[in-house]
Structure formats: C-alpha cells, structure tokens
Design a protein. Structure first.
Length: 123
C-alpha cells in the first residue's frame, strides 16, 4: 500500500496528513448463488489487483425460509398443500485500504438480485 498524503488546508502553512487505512466491510446476500459468487469474485480480484489486504470471503450459513400453504381457497376438499422454500446466501468480505482506493475497488457492475451493504470503519 502506498503512503499517500492529502492537503488539509489551502495557501501558506499547508499541513499534510497521511491518509489512514480504513476497514471496509462488504456484506453480500442473495437468493441466486451464482450471482453472489460472481460479485464476490469481482471484488476480490479488484482488491488483489490493487494489492490490498483482504479478509474473507466468509461464508455464512444459509437462511432457509419455508412456507406451507393450503391449495384450496375455501378450505373444503382434500387436504393438499403447496410448499415454498427460499434460501438466502450470505458472504462477508473485509478490505483494509486507504480512502483513495475505495472508489477503485467498488467500481464493479453488481448483478441484479445481489444486496450489498457497505460499512466503512477507521482502522
């Protein structure tokens, strides 16, 4: 990682402060596993090309949502049921990088159906 600085003020007596690395935590969740893995791979490849420190991707347990509903609208007739199931997959990826690199790393095309939550913490 480069030791870059930025200017705090303008004019005489410009004070330069080294930019501190930040921890960026991506929480990715999706119903479509292939789309989720695709976005995760793109983020990891971008971070590796910038030579940033990467933690993850950490695979969280699937959230399994099940719903059983009765087929008959009025309640009469045979007891037949429909069973619906939705699996939600989740990945967490943490990067350590200066604020200058955040725009470069996150400039990817995210597949539809993938929810991305981004949290930035100072290291």
């Amino acid at each position: 990682m480069a030791d870059e600085t930025y200017d705090k003020g303008k004019g005489k007596g410009v004070e330069t402060i080294p930019s501190k690395p930040s921890r960026i935590r991506f929480t990715l969740s999706s119903v479509n596993l292939k789309a989720l893995e695709n976005v995760t791979k793109k983020l990891v490849d971008n971070a590796k090309s910038e030579k940033l420190q990467i933690f993850g991707p950490v695979r969280y347990p699937n959230r399994d949502l099940k719903m059983t509903v009765r087929r008959s609208p009025c309640g009469n007739g045979s007891s037949t049921y429909d069973r619906y199931r939705m699996r939600i997959h989740k990945r967490v990826l943490t990067l350590v990088c200066p604020p200058d690199f955040i725009k470069k790393v996150t400039s990817i095309v995210i597949d539809p159906g993938v929810d991305v939550e981004l949290v930035i913490k100072d290291a």
